[in-house]
Design a protein around this ligand. Structure first.
Ligand SMILES: *[C@@H]1O[C@H](CO)[C@@H](O)[C@H](O)[C@H]1NC(C)=O
Length: 461
């Protein structure tokens, strides 16, 4: 009996190896991994706490121009001043900055007092200790590395987070990765008109978002519009103020920032993007200011993907893609990161639907853990531009190593089982060795995706 059993196990293993062999022998991979279902919502807690310490909550930080950060938080008590005391030693705050506060109403809901305070100038790569409103517990955050063409910088990338058991799993994994800046491709709280969920989301992410800058762009779940009554993005804009003014934008829905060797465009999928729109004009101006000798990496983040071979949300990004893809290609954007589709997918360099050595790598990472569950159904056959795709919850790390190379790794949340995840070295189109003389170079030379094994087993999660 024992022998028959081991023969059976061997056959299973052999067919598994054969499957791995077949999937890794071709450039395109549809991972065979089968995911478990969505997890339920986590405890949402009280809306507001009663004590002075708890009166400061939902603390989060964001970049606010060179050497400055914005600290945002919410208090119930309108008497709490918009001040942040900070310094490089715990308990001793030698600087204080003053900001302002606002609140909003949403049908029968009135938000707490939302405070925004810009602190700085700050030293690069330094841990600061800070206290909000003169009453909060001490928080600490680390500033990002300095600007410079060779400076390494580590991004963590998420989308469609929501607030379920899978969300907390994603946050646990993010916490273990040493990152400088978090990029959020939209769909944050899934409050969907029930405003207290914005507050519970703020409290849920505070342990991470108060320690590192979280840079977000909006998804469809942020719209929350009631025609003629409540304008789109009322809650999102009030709670997640991003450095749009600092980057010459007229709207919190699109902006850019620079960190290390990267210029990052945070674009809006749900505000006009057509030729002549404020977003398009701003993007043109912003791209004209990019100096690749200072920031060799050019990355864009948006919500509705332009390249996705999933059946979910098919075509949702098509109009924006038609309007903006040539502009981004012309600017030699390296990577476009999107959310929206609740699965993971990575493309080779692609433009106008065709593999193109001067095109853009697209990553869809709408698999943060929201309550809607996963989008498991991919189109068949896998399009030539699609390199790796899988419906699992997870997050990504984009580690820019130097002026030419970046290491991208997608982490699946599952750590109780053997893990098959995706990783790759990206090279930037700004690199001298990658001058993108499209006519003469072969695909293999310029696109590193072909050379790297995609179905690598990662021992460390
Ligand atoms: C950049 O990093 C890559 C990958 O680690 C390495 O192969 C390359 O030599 C580095 N380039 C420079 C100029 O250090």
């Amino acid at each position: 009996m024992a022998i028959r059993w081991s023969v059976f196990v061997c056959m299973i293993l052999l067919s598994w190896l054969l499957l791995i062999f077949i999937t890794s022998a071709t450039a395109a991979t549809t991972s065979p991994y089968v995911r478990r279902p969505a997890r339920g919502p986590v405890s949402l807690g009280r809306l507001f706490g009663p004590t002075a310490v708890e009166d400061v909550q939902q603390v989060h930080a964001s970049l606010a121009g060179p050497n400055h950060m914005r600290v945002s938080w919410i208090s119930v008590n309108t008497g709490i001043p918009s001040i942040v005391e900070y310094g490089t030693a715990s308990g001793s705050y030698d600087s204080v900055a003053t900001g302002d506060s606002t609140s909003y109403t949403f049908v029968f809901y009135t938000s707490g007092q939302i405070h925004n305070v810009v602190i700085g100038p700050l030293k690069d790569n330094t841990v600061y200790y800070y206290r909000c409103g003169g009453v909060s517990l001490e928080f600490r955050l680390r500033t990002p590395p300095p600007l410079g063409p060779h400076v390494p910088v580590k991004f963590t990338v998420v989308g469609d987070l929501g607030q379920t058991g899978w969300t907390t799993s994603t946050l646990d994994h993010i916490q273990q990765s040493e990152y400088d800046v978090l990029l959020f491709a939209g769909d944050l709280s899934y409050a969907d008109y029930y405003e207290p969920l914005w507050d519970s989301f703020g409290r849920m992410v505070e342990p991470l978002a108060s320690r590192r800058p979280w840079m977000v762009t909006e998804g469809n779940h942020e719209i929350e519009e009631i025609p003629f009554f409540i304008a789109p993005f009322r809650s999102y804009n009030a709670r997640w103020l991003m450095p749009y003014a600092e980057s010459g934008s007229t709207s919190n829905l699109f902006y850019s920032f620079e960190v290390g060797s990267a210029h990052v465009l945070m674009l809006g999928s749900y505000t006009s993007y057509v030729l002549g729109s404020p977003q398009y004009e701003w993007l043109q101006d912003d791209l004209a200011k990019v100096d690749r000798s200072k920031t060799p990496w050019l990355i864009a983040v948006l919500h509705a993907p332009w390249y996705s071979s999933n059946w979910a949300h098919r075509g949702d990004g098509a109009a924006m893609m038609a309007a903006m893809e040539p502009l981004l290609k012309e600017a030699r954007v390296d990577i476009v990161i999107a959310g929206h589709v609740h699965a993971y997918e990575r493309t080779t360099r692609v433009f106008l639907g065709m593999i193109d050595p001067c095109g853009i790598h697209h990553i869809t990472i709408g698999d943060g853990g929201n309550r809607e569950g996963l989008a498991r159904s991919f189109r068949s056959p896998q399009p030539a531009w699609s390199v790796f795709r899988e419906a699992s919850f997870g997050h990504g790390n984009l580690n820019i190593l130097n002026a030419t190379h970046a290491f991208w790794c997608w982490h699946r949340n599952e750590d109780e089982e053997p893990v098959l995840a995706d990783h790759i070295y990206f090279t930037t189109l700004s690199a001298p060795s990658n001058e993108c003389s499209c006519a003469s170079e072969t695909l293999g030379k310029t696109s590193s995706t072909i050379e790297i094994g995609d179905a690598a087993t990662l021992s460390e999660m």
